[in-house]
Design a protein around this ligand. Structure first.
Ligand code: PLP
Length: 389
């Protein structure tokens, strides 16, 4: 037996374990101080009523002989795929049902999709970014190159014709920076991918945070994208499904063999998302579900605005926060990411995430999130103003 030696090449991520250790050390030394966590990347509001009602109903169906369901279609039940199809149609994106695949979340599919690609492909990944893109490719020994995101391009790197890439990752709205591409910028990426005969893996996990109609929520709003892009989406941040697990991946038929290959891959290695969960997910797309999840998203967005307004008042450069739950700020006084982390913890008892944990270009930056409660966010910002203004 020979193990997959590529695992040795993975960088150990100490980011969240170091954050947890530092916070618990501080807490044990300062038991009287209230720590506010604005580093969380998980939602905190519960599932909405439309969803829990649908879940309950589906549970009852499973206990009755005539409505019990066993194995379902690996690519998802038609009722949910139709709901996703209609959701896209609202934005004038026409999809065939065969192009829609229901998943247990975006993370699994982002990793699993790599089964379709040869190891020799060169992979272009923005830096900083969600670490899963890099690690899943390292596990398969693919060459990874980086597109620099930085203050100069407002953390929205653009394609460079002189660089050859076969698999291109784009995450918009971005984790960790919250930056969002506009249509013209995405068009440049689509043109680049078409010219290079590359595939774009477009992660739209945070699309529901976009409120400006002019900004693309799906890459298929861009002409030519169906010929070069696969899109990954998730109900995790849209509807609080982080623990419930449901997402969807779009593999257009215009991509040629990839659509049928993905079906083959899924029918071989995946047995579908539970019926009960798919019924809950279907409810997200109902009129009531959409209204209820919008209330939750707006709650987070109001927190994001509070954070962004505070940073503005303290003259701290930042992106994100407007169409995203993430706010990415430049650490004041040229502090490094971990230095600022310690400074905030010591002086304001506020916890965020050091940007250096998301890539080389994240050094000197810091991520705050809007997933906390309104009260905590307001309190944390008061404390920040006190020490930074
Ligand atoms: N993509 C991005 C950019 C994320 O930030 C996350 C989760 O934080 C995911 C995908 C994973 O989503 P899911 O919960 O659907 O697996």
């Amino acid at each position: 037996m020979n193990i997959n030696k590529n695992y040795k090449n993975l960088e150990q991520s100490y980011l969240f374990s170091t954050v947890a250790r530092k916070v618990s050390e501080f807490a044990s030394k300062n038991p009287d101080k209230k720590i506010i966590r604005l580093g969380i990347g998980d939602v905190t509001l519960p599932l909405c009523k439309a969803v829990t009602e649908a879940l309950h109903k589906a549970v009852d169906e499973m206990g009755v002989q005539s409505t019990f369901r066993g194995y379902g279609p690996e690519q998802g039940y038609d009722f949910l795929r139709t709901a996703v199809q209609k959701y896209y149609a609202k934005r004038n994106v026409e999809l065939n049902l065969d192009e829609i695949f229901i998943s247990d979340g975006a993370k699994s599919d982002l990793g699993n999709i790599l089964d379709l690609f040869d190891k020799d492909n060169t992979v272009l990944v923005p830096d900083p970014v969600y670490p899963v893109y890099v690690d899943t490719n390292i596990m398969n020994s693919r060459k990874v190159i980086f597109a620099d995101a930085n203050g100069d391009n407002c953390f929205l790197p653009m394609p460079d014709k002189n660089i050859k890439a076969d698999i291109i990752y784009i995450c918009s709205p971005n984790n960790p920076t919250g930056a969002v591409y506009n249509k013209e910028q995405l068009k440049e990426w689509v043109n680049y991918a078409l010219a290079q005969k590359a595939v774009i893996l477009f992660d739209s996990a945070y699309e529901c945070f976009i409120s400006d109609k002019e900004l693309p929520r799906s890459i298929y709003e861009i002409e030519g994208a169906k010929e070069c892009a696969i899109e990954f989406c998730s109900l995790s941040k849209t509807a609080g499904f982080t623990g419930t697990r449901c997402g969807y991946t779009i593999v257009p038929e215009a991509l040629g063999k990839l659509n049928k290959m993905w079906l083959r891959r899924q029918t071989t290695k995946f047995n579908g998302v539970p019926y009960i969960i798919q019924r809950g997910a279907e409810a997200v797309f109902s009129e009531e579900g959409q209204r209820e999840i919008k209330e939750n998203i707006n709650y987070y967005k109001e927190n994001a605005k509070v954070i962004s307004d505070t940073l503005k008042s303290c003259n701290i450069w930042h992106v994100g926060g407007k169409h995203s739950p993430y706010i990415w700020l430049r650490c004041p006084n040229n502090m490094k990411s971990w230095e600022f982390f310690d400074y905030l913890l010591e002086n304001a008892q506020v916890v965020g995430t050091p940007g250096s944990g998301f890539g080389r270009n994240g050094e000197g930056y810091f991520r705050l999130t809007s997933f906390g409660s309104k009260e905590n966010t307001l309190e944390a910002m008061k404390r920040l103003e006190k020490i930074l203004k």
